[in-house]
Design a protein around this ligand. Sequence first.
Ligand SMILES: [Cu+2]
Length: 504
Amino acid sequence: MTFSISRRALLEGGLCAAAAAAGAGTMLLLNRPAKGRAADGLPVTGQPLAQPHEVRSKNRLLATDIHARYARHDLAGRPVHLRGYDGLPVGRTLRLRAGDELRLHLHNDLPWEAVEGTCTTRPDRENVPHAFNATNMHLHGLHVSPMQPGDDILLTLAPKPVSGLEKKQTLPSDYRYAYQIPADHPPGTYWYHAHHHGSVALQVSSGMAGCLIVEGAVDDIPEIRAAREVVLMVQSQTVDPDGTCEREALLEQSGPTYVNAQLQPVLTMKPGEVQRWRVVNATHDRSLWLAPPDVMGTALLCTDGNPLPAAKALTGPMRLVPGNRADLLVRAPQRAGRYAVDGGPNIGTLFTIVVHEAPALDQVLFTGALPSYRALEPIRDEEVTMGRRLEFGMTGGPPHPTYTINGVPFTCRDPWEIPLGAVEEWEIYNQTNEIHPFHIHVNPFQMLSGGLVEPGLWLDTVELPPNKRVRFRTRFADFRGTFVFHCHTLQHEDMGMMQAITVT
Ligand SMILES: [Cu+2]
């Protein structure tokens, strides 16, 4: 079983994770993991944890191309043929610094299929899964403009027409996204993924997603800078026996939960070593209770990329619903051993930590105050300009129930208008028996109550537990334009649980 670092990926990746990890000695680059299958036919587990390829900004600019296309690779020893980015099972990690510009040239190299634009789809087709080869890009959690050439998720990139059909396709098949990351953007772990209404769940679960790291003052703290970084993209690929994912019903099935496209890989640590884990719940519908082993020291730095006022030890498993991220420092115990990192009920072991027999390191687990950010100042009562009550619900039944917000499924023809600078308090009721992870683009929110999280936290995604409510406040700051909030159980989004907002 070998891991390879392709020359092309190294060239594309510039200063890549492999080089950065070379000093640490054990980190491998993710390319085509776990070739072959165990002789007994069981999935391959216990491989060394690989890291996604990485590309980082240079001279304040990160410019790169991303090709959405099919790729063949091995998933825990099983050959699969899935949609992905650049032929990889996990998109490359994009690393930049607050204040940088990001230019993404996205190419839709998926096979030809006639598709309509999100806002011109026939209403009867709008909220059923469709157009699996149409795509676009979303920067999840980023405080950037939702207007073109920025984070406009209503844009449709169609597959390239086959010869003779060029005239039938008026939609673009590539697009040059450009985003200016604000200089005071909260630094932490974000991610990017496909967001074309109708194909979001299938594409994201297949692997059309990657980690996006915004660095800033938090990363300049010496104890944090000294910690070796580990990207942990938690994924939920579901495939038919032939290794493909071509039907939405598959997405309802339970199955293994992968980390960086590996099943229960092994992460090595030295005794006393501190690592910085960047955990992304990139599954389409699986909620985690992330539980580092009790013997490890922990310090939570950021929730959904937003730094806490001060690093804080975890007192129990951390809830991470689809879309959530955690920036976490963990310190290995002084003695060698093998420890499982649990993902909670229905998930089981996500990965295993092996602490080597080696001279103990004396790395300090940072516990101090973190830099503060204008965008994350607590929202005071007197700031609030408007209150809203929302209901997440559903009508109909299988195979395509319709998921609703305030009684109506998604249409891009009725955005709510909210003035720039508004500060709103939202109370959201979940009128169903399912979890709905609420996610809003562009602006984070500050929790007041509910959601199985502490009041005061800043998030961009929060659990709406069945038949419960959550309350939060949010500022519609800095950016005009149209964006959305939606359920991050991505099949629900494809089936209508999304609402557009136009900030005027
Ligand atoms: Cu939902």
